[in-house]
Design a protein around this ligand. Structure first.
Ligand SMILES: *Cc1c(COP(=O)(O)O)cnc(C)c1O
Length: 443
């Protein structure tokens, strides 16, 4: 981008200067509207989510066979909701604002198979593709018991096909492990941020790992090109996939059920705030979509990004979406939050969801490390840095009385609110790697 164009953009959107300065910002979205008004722009609806949910139920018997650790949950991959009151008290002190509602943690970090939120979207897209191939070949019907897929016959069948994906790490883990288990030949194109242990683990599962010295955007482009040369290769497009998005969206109705079981009310008097770490946008976008369908206008969703990779905030705020990358402004996209190290946001997710999100904010890498250390110290829960991005959200919201008033969120409602921080990864981080993370926390 030319300097004159950057100056022009800053004069129109002064917040862009703060992003360039790498200072943490909070931006409440003035275009946020009701579910009824925003839903038509998504292009997907409740029926699509119900379809995804039914597909995951069909595959549950297969997952029980293929991944015995999922038997306890009958092959349905879902995570716990945990209260974190000791950390809540610590952060009241740290941020100098008392959070009046209740603070909860959604532990996607501990989802089976891949230990991150990507166990929702990534695995769902692989299963969808496998189902289509098997049905088309006359080998499978929707009313079959899908545990039959766990057989040499089906592994040989899927072995004729391949799958490719570009990833900063966790998406590759989910898609790689799932695809290899079904019998596909799978190639994961890894960006420079990807952690060594993730590559090692994938290779142990028989996944082909191709490494790049560049960032996520380059890894995706190379993966896409290589897949185009092979008609039997299916490329999973993290930047534009509706299928991935729907895999994530099932989380909404599941959370509603969990809340019902826990006796947690969500209505106009008891609002729900959800804070989601954002990379390219598919994960948080799909989850937020599911949450809006499940809880309507009583849920308020916020996306959190590193100060060095604020791609979704930049795209939505300027309306340029995937037409601009943080690097165009000289922002380096270098962050310890490898799951969020994305310079250009998904244009699909930004355009689909920009009216259904209440706000966006950024935080520094050191803040994520400190929160990682505090969560370990106060609650004995260990996450990877990306997964802490949601944690300051409740205090950013609580500090802004003007926004609360504009949305009709008075003191009584805020006192009855639930703040849910979506912990997106870290359950499978090796001990030596975790020790390094903890040592970086300044607490
Ligand atoms: C991928 C990822 C995210 C964000 O998901 P996107 O779909 O890239 O926006 C957040 N946290 C972790 C740990 C991730 O791996």
């Amino acid at each position: 981008m030319k300097n004159t164009d950057i100056a022009q953009l800053i004069s129109q959107y002064p917040l862009v200067q703060t992003l360039i300065s790498l200072e943490p910002v909070t931006w409440f979205n003035p275009n946020a509207t009701t579910l009824a008004a925003g839903l038509p722009y998504v292009g997907l609806d409740q029926r699509d989510v119900a379809d995804a949910s039914a597909r995951l139920a069909r595959f549950a018997p297969y997952l029980c066979q293929a991944f015995p650790e999922t038997r306890a949950m009958q092959g349905i991959l879902e995570s716990e909701v945990a209260a974190i009151p000791a950390l809540q008290a610590t952060l009241n002190q740290r941020y100098g604002v008392d959070l009046t509602g209740r603070l909860l943690l959604k532990k996607d970090s501990h989802l089976p198979i891949s230990g991150s939120i990507k166990a929702r979207g990534g695995i769902y897209e692989v299963l969808t593709h496998a189902e289509q191939l098997a049905i088309k070949a006359g080998l499978l019907r929707e009313d079959d018991d899908y545990s039959k897929l766990f057989s040499d016959e089906f592994r040989r069948f899927f072995g004729q096909y391949s799958i490719a994906v570009g990833s900063t790490g966790n998406l590759g883990m989910s898609i790689g492990i799932m695809s290899a288990k079904l019998g596909f030949t799978v190639t994961v194109h890894m960006s420079a941020d990807a952690r060594e242990w993730k590559k090692r683990k994938l290779r142990e599962h028989g996944v082909i790992v191709v490494e790049y010295a560049e960032d996520y955007g380059v890894a995706v482009e190379q993966g896409r090109k290589e897949a185009e040369r092979d008609p039997n290769c299916f490329f999973i497009d993290d930047e534009n996939s509706r299928t991935l998005f729907l895999g994530y969206s099932v989380a909404g109705e599941r959370l509603k059920k969990q809340f019902d079981e826990m006796g947690i009310e969500v209505d106009a008097e008891h609002p729900l705030f959800v804070y989601l770490p954002c990379g390219v946008g598919g994960g948080p976008g799909g989850v937020a979509f599911g949450l809006k369908l499940a809880f309507g206008d009583n849920v308020h969703c916020f996306f959190a990004e590193p100060t060095h990779s604020p791609c979704m905030l930049l795209g939505v705020h300027t309306g340029l979406h995937d037409q601009i990358a943080v690097q165009d402004l000289g922002i380096d996209n270098l962050t310890a939050a490898d799951g969020l190290a994305v310079g250009r946001a998904s244009g699909f997710v930004g355009r689909a969801m920009e009216r259904l999100l209440d706000g966006f904010y950024t935080l520094s890498d050191q803040e994520m490390y400190d929160l990682l250390g505090l969560l370990d110290r106060d609650e004995q829960i260990r996450l990877e840095p990306s997964a802490l991005a949601g944690m300051p959200g409740p205090w950013r919201v609580s500090a802004d009385g003007e926004w609360q008033a504009a949305r009709g969120l008075d003191a009584r409602r805020m006192a009855q609110a639930t703040h849910l921080v979506w912990a997106t990864g870290g359950g499978m981080v090796p001990a030596d790697e975790m020790a390094k993370y903890l040592a970086t926390a300044n607490i």
